[in-house]
Design a binder for this molecule. Structure first.
Ligand SMILES: *Cc1c(COP(=O)(O)O)cnc(C)c1O
Length: 226
């Protein structure tokens, strides 16, 4: 397929997915490794939520693309790199430690803003995936860890299911994340704590059935990554 045709397909794929999903579900178009031209084509359909998983790439795309894009940091975030994205990032999905929360709060204060965060949970059977356990977050709640963090909005939870063809296994993991959300929500500000970010190209229909209201879709929009 020639490049122009490929670019034109981005907007129609985004629109197609949006037509399929319920109105309360936000689509994040995951543009990691993809060039700015393809992101611009996505914007031409009116879409503004994009996800990246590397700080350097995210910063470069933010600098070179329209400033009204809402950038979602969906990858693992190292503490020493928070400062680069703190001025502009719309939401950080992969928050997986107390130390990282403290650093994001500190950088939020420096930038005089509140940074939207999702608590990432380890729900997959693979032990390579990052994230809190339910126990860890419940302990943090008990010790009132979150109260002094005035430059963070805890907006909900995020997780990734096991990479498998076993749909029942995926469903179980997504149901777990949804149950964590329900268990934790009484402690957080209900005006912020609303998001369940789960579901990717291969499993977002299951995720939505399990209660997801934010899906992160890359290859089904932009094509396979190398
Ligand atoms: C890459 C990535 C996605 C998108 O994956 P696809 O399978 O291409 O849709 C979603 N979430 C995270 C955290 C990712 O790193």
């Amino acid at each position: 397929m020639d490049y122009i045709k490929k670019v034109k397909m981005i907007a129609s794929r985004i629109n197609h997915i949006k037509e399929q999903i319920p109105d309360n579900v936000t689509l994040i178009a995951v543009s990691k490794t993809k060039p700015n031209e393809l992101i611009l084509e996505g914007i031409s359909s009116g879409h503004l939520d994009f996800g990246e998983n590397k700080v350097q790439e995210l910063v470069s795309k933010h600098e070179n693309l329209p400033k009204n894009i809402r950038w979602h940091m969906i990858g693992h975030l190292q503490r020493n790199k928070v400062k680069y994205i703190a001025p502009f990032v719309h939401m950080i999905h992969g928050v997986d430690s107390a130390k990282l929360l403290k650093e994001i709060d500190k950088q939020g204060q420096k930038n005089n803003r509140k940074i939207n965060c999702l608590l990432q949970f380890h729900i997959a059977s693979e032990n390579t995936k990052f994230g809190f356990s339910l126990n860890e977050v419940e302990s943090l709640q008990k010790e009132e860890f979150f109260n002094p963090l005035k430059h963070i909005n805890i907006c909900g939870v995020m997780g990734m299911a096991t990479f498998t063809d076993d749909n029942e296994m995926i469903r179980k993991e997504f149901n777990n994340l949804k149950s964590y959300f329900e268990k934790l929500k009484a402690h957080f500000n209900p005006n912020d704590f609303k998001i369940i970010s789960m579901g990717m190209s291969g499993d977002y229909p299951i995720a939505i059935e399990c209660g997801s209201n934010m899906i992160r879709v890359g290859s089904a929009i932009f094509g396979e990554r190398k």
